[in-house]
Design a protein around this ligand. Sequence first.
Ligand code: ARG
Length: 419
Amino acid sequence: MKKLRIAVAYSGGLDTSVMVKWLQEKYNAEIITVTGNLGQKKELVGLADKAYKSGAKKVYIQDLQKEFVEEYLWRSLKMGALYEHNYPMATSIGRPLLAKALVDVAKRERCTHIAHGCTGKGNDQVRFEIAAAALAPEIKVLAPLRDWEFKSREEEIDYCQKHHIPVAVTKESPYSIDENIWGTSIECGILEDPMAEPPADAYQRTVDPRHAPDKPTYVTIGFKEGIPVSLNGKPMDGVSLLHELNAIAGANGVGRLDLVENRLVGIKSREVYEAPAATVLHFAHRELERLVLDKETFQYKLKMAQDYATIIYNGLWFTPMRMAMDAFVDSTQRVVNGLVKVRLYKGNVDISGRTSPNSLYDMKLATYTNEDTFDHKASVGFIQIYGLPVRTFFRVNKHLLMKPKLVKKMVKKMVKRKK
Ligand code: ARG
């Protein structure tokens, strides 16, 4: 009988290592592991060896950084997508790309199944499976963590020892950490208490703002059609720019977040994030848009960004809605060109200056000096008509502007008068 072939999303951690062996045994299957490099700092060397020792028949390790930055991160940056106003979604945006890489390998290797190591109470399972459903509806999904017998890390470690799967001898971090070039997500341990301040060791890539340099660091970012193309005057590809900016901003303690967040599955969870470059770029991009976008477009985009962020967060990357929103945003970004100079100082990022060939700022209109060309008298008629609905309403409903006690009296009087 032909063996079942399963493509497994493999990180090299305990769960996915156990998963490889467990799937191989349970289904008597041939396992092909797939690991995507999304710019995580974690060592990828030694990973292939570990996968083979866990029972993989074939191992794929793919550098997805360029695709991640250009096809995923830049889209979310151009939109200004921050989930619930804050979270830049490093984890959320990575999942559809990892699912795509997994599905691509599954097709090439003629696998009938793919498997992921997400739990049954998180967002990631949804993101993985909806992406896979869009890209390859014929492929079936296995999620061992939702239904296997292990109830603790200790049981998983026992299983590894029984099957000669290498487990890290180093002391395991109490946190669950997911990391890529856009940011780090940290959960579990003491962080599960929303009243507990994150201990210093929870943070992976940013300096404590109190220990950051006592002098500000200035950074100039160049944008072309909404995309960062240079750093401090040096033209750079996206991947290099993000790595360098992460280092600079991280050293200034920029990009830490501590949020209670609404998961798609209804749970509120406490999340600690570090996203140094993403924080700086979202800020700088928005400041440039203030300068170059017309009022309607700028204000509409702010609202749309909320919906777009929720779409990404909820795993709906490969959908017509997301693609249509991208088309809108791309059309707005044709004028988002220029330079933004920001100041990084002890965990903060703020603006130093901005300039653009597409700038809509008109000194002759804005100035309060005798260079002023604005027609002040034109405002009289403007306010007359703009305020017409307001005047009409309160001529009729004057009492609504009074104190509640007085209103009661007024209404009584009005009723009496009518009688
Ligand atoms: N709550 C975040 C999200 O859904 C991060 C999840 C982090 N995952 C992890 N394995 N630590 O995007």
